[in-house]
Design a protein around this ligand. Sequence first.
Ligand code: PRP
Ligand code: URA
Length: 208
Amino acid sequence: MKIVEVRHPLIQHKLGLMRRAGISTKEFRELASEVASLLTYEATKDLETVEQRIDGWAGPLTVHQIKGKKVTIVPILRAGLGMLPGVLDMIPAAKVSVVGLQRNEETLEPIAYYEKLTGRMDERIALIVDPMLATAGTLVATVDMLKAAGCKRIKGLFLVAAPQGLKRIEAAHPDVEIYTASIDERLNEHGYILPGLGDAGDKIFGTK
Ligand code: PRP
Ligand code: URA
């Protein structure tokens, strides 16, 4: 399975800022989006391009354009919305397929409550975005949904991932590619990532 911990200095710096206790909603939100842009750059490195003849300012020339149908970004409600602007900055023409899942705080199992996918999922690369990959229950359920809709190529972008969750997604869906700004140490007894970021949704939306 392809798991990439993107150790670019800009990503590491920004993630370090996000880990500070007492960070403001504004700063956390801005940084989540900035790191998402940088992860997108890394995760799209291998997209195929095709040559196209165009009329340039000085005459005809050949340029390279991304092949096939537009990418679809899949933000997982609610915290994934915090990464969406940064991904759209890099791929402004992407289609957005929103899914809503929330972990039950006791069982840690996800409950799906929303799904609105764009058309022709079988012809698109899906970029799932969610700040946290903890037990991976949410990610496995999201990939199940996307595959049921015909999706064949799926990548996931995360700010922080836990080793336990990475093992689970590898067992369930080894074909999915994971790009994360950090692989952290472990989960605590409540399923939170350590050292992690705390509750990413609350920090992005300013709740609690
Ligand atoms: C968080 C996070 C992931 C999920 C990760 O969302 O944004 O979606 O938990 O946990 P898992 O890997 O153990 O499934 P949460 O359920 O707190 O919902 P929210 O985004 O609405 O805050
Ligand atoms: N969801 C979060 O927001 N944070 C975690 O550490 C785990 C799940």
